[in-house]
Design a protein around this ligand. Structure first.
Ligand SMILES: CC(C)(COP(=O)(O)OP(=O)(O)OC[C@H]1O[C@@H](n2cnc3c(N)ncnc32)[C@H](O)[C@@H]1OP(=O)(O)O)[C@@H](O)C(=O)NCCC(=O)NCCS
Length: 285
């Protein structure tokens, strides 16, 4: 993939999402320009950090699939794997995944967040990843919790804290000195931190969606999630792939009057941290 492919990749991805919506019985909604701009900015960023992990499948002149894999220290992760609906089920997804895995062939650990597409689950579980089925948290906050006292907005000086928390929870920070998290923040996500003795952690969110949350203790994670619930107000909440390891999140969501139903999965392999308390980002894992 090169920067010249960014528009073609976005077009292919949108066609894939639309087909997926229809298959799951939803009428696709128009994608706001700002979302397209954010997707393009993210892809350019990933092309900058991981040019060898950004891959396209082409038929003639047309992009029919793409994958994005990132390497951070000994960790490989896969934020993107999509095949155009007209080209699906013909082996392109498998070939893209194999090429993305080859980019991380020496990586000792891996993380993927799966969609509900059965082909995706098959691809990942047959490539050495352990499946952790997840739930989706949705609805509106019907019982707002009291605002936790010690949480404040994060700033540039807090990316040292995020790196330390990530190392404990995930095994590897999100980029040197939290550079991936800084990028997410700069793309418009809100950022809050808790730093109180042994209770440390951070949350990034946009509208009603947790982008990522990590903490050193369940108590800290619950406070950060409550902080997000208070900030979300009347927004529709959407937290995807909450696995059984995150009981703290499940109970905190129920306390706020939210709904849980099956949705998403995490797949892991190799030398990771406990991955709890942790709400992973589909795009930065
Ligand atoms: C998931 C996706 C990337 C797979 O790519 P693809 O080219 O369609 O899939 P492939 O033809 O490579 O098949 C993948 C596996 O699923 C199996 N498969 C193919 N069609 C299938 C079907 N209709 N039902 C179940 N399994 C199927 C294949 O046998 C293959 O396994 P194998 O290699 O062990 O034989 C693609 O379908 C897609 O873009 N889906 C929508 C977006 C999405 O959910 N992406 C994943 C994000 S995590």
């Amino acid at each position: 993939m090169t920067t010249d492919d960014v528009a073609g990749v976005d077009e292919q991805k949108m066609a894939t999402f639309e087909a997926q919506d229809r298959e799951e019985g939803r009428e696709p909604e128009p994608v706001p320009d700002e979302v397209g701009d954010r997707n393009a900015a993210r892809l350019r960023h990933q092309l900058g950090t991981d040019p060898g992990g950004c891959l396209v499948a082409v038929e003639g002149e047309r992009i029919v699939g793409h994958a994005v894999a990132l390497l951070r220290e000994h960790l490989w992760c896969l934020p993107m794997l999509h095949v155009h609906p007209e080209s699906q089920s013909g082996g392109i997804g498998r070939r893209l995944l194999d090429a993305a895995l080859a980019y991380g062939k020496d990586a000792e650990a891996g993380i993927i967040m799966a969609s509900s597409d059965p082909r995706a689950i098959r691809l990942y579980t047959t490539s050495g990843f352990v499946l952790h089925p997840g739930m989706e948290v949705s609805g509106r906050v019907r019982r707002p919790p009291p605002a936790p006292a010690d949480i404040r907005d994060g700033d540039d000086d807090d990316f040292g804290l995020t790196a330390e928390v990530d190392r404990q929870v995930r095994g590897v920070p999100h980029g040197a000195d939290g550079s991936d998290l800084r990028f997410i923040r700069d793309l418009g996500s809100r950022f809050a931190v808790l730093d109180r003795g042994g209770d440390r952690g951070y949350v990034l969110w946009r509208d009603g969606r947790v982008v990522i949350l990590a903490a050193t203790t369940d108590a800290a994670a619950c406070e950060l999630l409550r902080h997000f619930f208070v900030a979300a107000g009347d927004d529709d909440i959407d937290i995807w792939a909450v696995t059984g390891a995150q009981q703290w999140a499940i109970l905190t969501a129920y306390d706020a009057g939210l709904v849980l139903k099956p949705g998403g999965a995490l797949l892991t392999r190799g030398r990771l941290g406990p991955m709890a308390p942790y709400l992973a980002s589909g795009l930065y894992l």
